[in-house]
Ligand binder design. Structure first.
Ligand SMILES: [Zn+2]
Ligand SMILES: [Zn+2]
Length: 420
C-alpha cells in the first residue's frame, strides 16, 4: 500500500507539497510557499526522514520551503532539472531578502539555502533515475524552462504529477510532453480549470498596439512580468513583431534570463534569446534608469504583481503621465498591488496610494493550461485515479471529471491522505 499525503496547494494555489510513502521510501514532490501571506505559509511539516525531494520547477510556490529540510542540520537529495538549481538559488535568496525588508522571519537561513543548493541532483527529461526501489522519470511540463512532471514507477503502481503544466507551445518553450507511460494515478494542477485563455496571437497584437500607441505620443511603455520565463516570452514576442525602438530590461529578470540562456537546450529555438537580446539593453545602474526614461521606449521589469522591484519606482515616477502605459503580463493574486490596481485604478503600495493616469492593461501570457487543455490532458493520460490540486476550484474540477467518468478527488484540509 502506498500512502499519498497532500501537504499544501489544497483547494488553492500556493505552498505545493506532496508526501509519498511507499513503505520503503518517503518521497516529497515540491515543497513551496504561499507568497503574499504574512507570515509566509508553508506545506504541512513532514515527520521523520525523507529519502528524496523532487522539485518540479523553480517557482516559489513549489520550491520556497525546500531549505526547511536543511534547517537544524538536516539533509536530503533534491532531484531537479539543471536550470532549476541556479534559478532556485536566485529566488530563495531573494525571498530571504524580501522577508527581511518586510520584517518577517523565515524558518531557514541563507546557510540552509546554500546547503540545499549543494544537494541538488540533476536529471534530464526522459532519463529514468532511481530513488531506492522507485524509478522516477522527468517529463517536460512546458511551463517554464526546466519545468518537469515527475513520473514515478513504484513497481505495482505508477503516478504522474503535473507540477505546473502547459500543453500549448509558446515562443520560448515547446509544449508539454504528453507521450507518457501508462499512468495509474494522476495528480494534476487546476489553476485554470474554470476558464480558457484568450487567443495568444490576439494578446500579442494588443501588446504591440499599446507599444505603438505609446511611442507615437513619445511615451514609455512599462511592461511588468515574472522574472522567470515571462519577461523572456515578452522579449521573444517583441522580437517576432520587429523591434525598432529602445527596449530595456530591469530587475531580477536580468539574472534569470542570463541563467536560462545558459541552458539553451531547454528552449524551443536555442538561439531565440540571443537574437532578441541583441536589441535589448539591461539597466545596470540608477544613473542609467534616470537616463532611459528621458526618451520614448519600452521597459520590462519585475515584479509581475507589482509587489516590489524596479517597476514600483517607475510607477511612482510616471503614474500621472497620460502618455505612458503599463502592461501587466502575469497572473495577479488577490491582495497584490497589481490586482488592486486593475480593480480600482489606484496603485496602493506601502506608503503610497496613487491615482493612475497612465493607461493600465492586463494581457494574458499565461504559461499554464487553460480549461480546455486541462481536460484534454487528463483524457490523454487516461488514469484510473485523478487528484486535483493547485487551483481555487479544485472540487468543481474533480466533479466535472467525475461526470466524464474519471475517479477523481480534490483533497481538502480534513481529507488529504489517501492510499493508492
Ligand atoms: Zn509555476
Ligand atoms: Zn504553481
Amino acid at each position: 500500500m502506498i500512502q499519498l499525503s497532500f501537504l499544501g496547494a489544497i483547494a488553492t494555489v500556493g505552498a505545493s507539497g506532496i508526501l509519498i510513502d511507499t513503505g520503503t521510501e518517503k518521497i516529497v514532490l515540491d515543497y513551496g510557499t504561499k507568497i503574499r501571506e504574512t507570515p509566509p505559509l508553508f506545506p504541512i511539516p513532514v515527520q521523520g526522514k525523507v529519502d528524496a525531494v523532487i522539485l518540479s520547477h523553480t517557482h516559489l510556490d513549489h520550491s520556497g520551503g525546500v531549505p526547511i529540510f536543511f534547517a537544524k542540520g538536516g539533509t536530503v537529495p533534491i532531484f531537479s532539472m539543471s536550470v532549476t538549481r541556479p534559478l532556485t538559488e536566485l529566488l530563495l535568496l531573494d525571498s530571504i531578502k524580501i522577508s527581511r525588508e518586510e520584517g518577517v522571519e523565515l524558518p531557514f537561513s541563507k546557510a540552509d539555502v546554500k546547503a540545499a543548493i549543494k544537494n541538488f541532483s540533476l536529471v534530464s527529461y526522459r532519463k529514468p533515475f532511481k530513488i531506492h526501489k522507485t524509478e522516477a522519470t522527468a517529463f517536460d511540463a512546458g511551463h517554464i524552462p526546466g519545468s518537469m512532471m515527475p513520473f514515478l514507477d513504484f513497481g505495482k503502481k505508477t503516478l504522474l504529477y503535473t507540477g505546473d503544466l502547459n500543453t500549448r507551445p509558446t515562443r520560448l518553450l515547446k509544449k508539454a510532453d504528453d507521450n507518457i507511460h501508462e499512468t495509474d494515478v494522476l495528480i494534476t494542477e487546476s489553476t485554470y480549470s474554470e476558464r480558457d485563455h484568450p487567443d495568444r496571437k490576439e494578446q500579442e497584437k494588443q501588446l504591440v498596439q499599446i507599444i505603438d500607441d505609446t511611442l507615437a505620443v513619445d511615451g514609455i511603455c512599462f511592461i511588468a512580468g515574472f522574472a522567470v520565463g515571462r519577461i523572456d516570452e515578452i522579449l521573444l514576442t517583441l522580437d517576432a513583431h520587429g523591434i525598432d525602438y529602445p527596449v530595456y530590461v530591469d530587475g531580477m529578470a536580468k539574472k534569470a534570463i542570463t541563467i536560462i540562456n545558459q541552458h539553451k537546450n531547454l528552449l524551443k529555438v536555442s538561439d531565440s534569446l540571443d537574437r532578441a537580446l541583441k536589441k535589448v539593453e539591461y539597466v545596470a545602474s540608477e544613473r542609467m534608469r534616470k537616463r532611459i526614461v528621458k526618451n520614448p521606449g519600452v521597459i520590462l521589469s519585475t515584479s509581475g504583481m507589482l509587489t516590489g522591484g524596479p517597476i514600483v519606482n517607475y510607477i511612482r515616477n510616471f503614474f500621472g503621465n497620460e502618455r505612458c502605459s503599463l502592461v501587466l503580463t502575469s497572473f495577479q493574486l488577490e491582495d497584490t498591488p497589481g490586482k488592486k490596481l486593475l480593480e480600482t485604478g489606484r496603485f496602493v503600495y506601502k506608503d503610497c496610494d496613487l491615482d493612475m493616469k497612465m493607461m493600465v492593461k492586463r494581457l494574458d501570457f499565461s504559461s499554464h493550461c487553460g480549461r480546455k487543455e486541462l481536460f484534454e490532458f487528463v483524457k490523454k493520460i487516461n488514469p484510473q485515479k485523478v487528484f486535483c490540486i493547485h487551483g481555487d476550484h479544485t472540487e468543481e474540477f474533480a466533479e466535472e471529471l467525475r461526470q466524464q467518468g474519471f475517479d477523481s478527488t480534490a483533497p481538502i484540509a480534513n481529507n488529504r491522505i489517501f492510499s493508492i
